[in-house]
Design a protein around this ligand. Structure first.
Ligand code: KG4
Ligand code: ZN
Length: 358
């Protein structure tokens, strides 16, 4: 290893994914994610079961991350961990583990905000060819042959953070100089998508299922109104309710309505939500004269959101930053990325801290 390189081990346990990653100077040496299947049968995350699964997974996941990275424990310079927001029981497992591990190794620890981590995933060093190839599923096989220069956003840029728990338009002037321009006043976009899937009895999490089914559907088959909300804020509870009432009426006339129109319903609701999201992002970028726009969070894996962002950016001659799929949903590589910048500033956490849920 070259001198002056920083090796961070990070832990993410805020919701239902137990993850550990090792990054060396922002390059991923490993990023292990254990997703909890136990929640699927309940149609949503059950907090008690999530904490228990984290407790079972945390040591094997950290162990695997260190082994896959091919490092020894004394090469770790600091332990990064998600302090919040998230589910308390889930966070407690990761935070307690990070404290104990840091103490045992005699290394500093760095607390990370989960939302900042999603945004700072854009600074993980990935070959730009890989970013491009991963954004286009059909180009997956090119991955191993591409080694183009790195591509990360420069400040200022706008980031749409869109996940199961959050929907925010953020203006970044620096790594930790983040202004919230807009936020949802009720449900998160991912939550609305998951609820739409639940209404159609498609399974959980619904986002990837809707994305897949939408590819075979007509996005203009049905229209769902979007609310008029001031500024850059969002609201998704109305869209979800109008979807529910629309289906209730149609099911009265035809009990097989959902089954017959599944793909069209998925394509139409996806188009509604993605259109609503990006309309405000476009407005925010124009108003703030920003020419770089990023997306982050679980919903940024959505194929329509990815292609529409690219289309809008091309129209304005802006640059679009779309994370590789592996950094969209919850992962510890993004936590390590945020921890790296805090490490450089000497911002370390002390052993007495507790997680925060909001
Ligand atoms: O970031 P994340 O893993 O967890 C939170 O911090 O919430 O995001 C999970 C959300 C879920 O709502 C899931 O349905 C959604 O991301 N999601 C998607 C896709 N993949 C995951 N939504 C739409 N299309 C996708 N392909
Ligand atoms: Zn997340």
């Amino acid at each position: 290893m070259q001198p002056n390189m920083t090796t961070i081990l990070a832990i993410e346990s805020s919701c239902d994914d137990t993850s550990a990653a090792v990054l060396r100077d922002q390059r991923v040496l490993s990023n292990v994610i254990a997703s909890q299947k136990v929640h699927e049968q309940y149609g949503g995350v059950v907090p008690e079961l999530a904490s228990r699964a984290h407790q079972q997974n945390i040591i094997p996941v950290v162990d695997a991350a260190i082994r896959q990275a091919g490092i020894s424990k004394d090469e770790i310079d600091a332990i990064g961990f998600t302090r919040g927001p998230g589910l308390l029981g889930s966070l407690l497992v990761g935070v307690s583990f990070a404290k104990s591990f840091a103490l045992a190794l005699g290394k500093p620890m760095i607390e990370v905000n989960h939302l900042q981590a999603h945004v700072l995933s854009h600074f993980i060093q990935v070959e730009s060819g890989k970013r491009k190839a991963e954004s286009d599923a059909s180009a997956q096989k090119e991955l191993s042959t591409l080694h183009s220069p790195l591509s990360t956003p420069t400040f200022p840029f706008i980031c749409l953070l869109v996940s199961g728990g959050h929907t925010q338009i953020l203006l970044l002037r620096d790594y930790f100089d983040i202004t919230v321009l807009g936020t949802t006043i009720d449900d998160a976009a991912g939550e609305a998508i998951d609820k739409a899937a639940k209404i159609m009895d498609l399974g959980y999490p619904g986002g990837p299922i809707i994305d897949r089914l939408a590819k075979e559907g007509n996005a203009d088959a049905f229209t769902f109104a979007t609310p008029h909300i001031a500024g850059y804020d969002y609201s998704f509870s109305g869209i979800k309710t109008s979807f529910l009432y629309f289906l209730r009426d149609r099911l009265k006339e035809d009990p097989d309505f959902i089954e017959k129109h599944k793909a069209d319903l998925c394509a139409s609701i996806q188009k509604t939500i993605v259109g609503f999201l990006l309309k405000k992002v476009e407005r925010a970028a124009l108003d703030h004269r920003v020419t770089q726009v990023a997306i982050a969070g679980g919903v940024s894996a959505n194929s329509l959101l990815r292609s529409e962002l690219q289309r809008i950016c091309q129209k304005h001659h802006w640059q679009a930053f779309i994370p590789p799929f592996s950094f969209c949903t919850d992962n510890a590589a993004m936590v390590a990325s945020a921890a790296y910048f805090k490490y450089q500033r000497g911002e370390f956490a002390d052993q007495s801290l507790a997680p925060y849920t909001r």
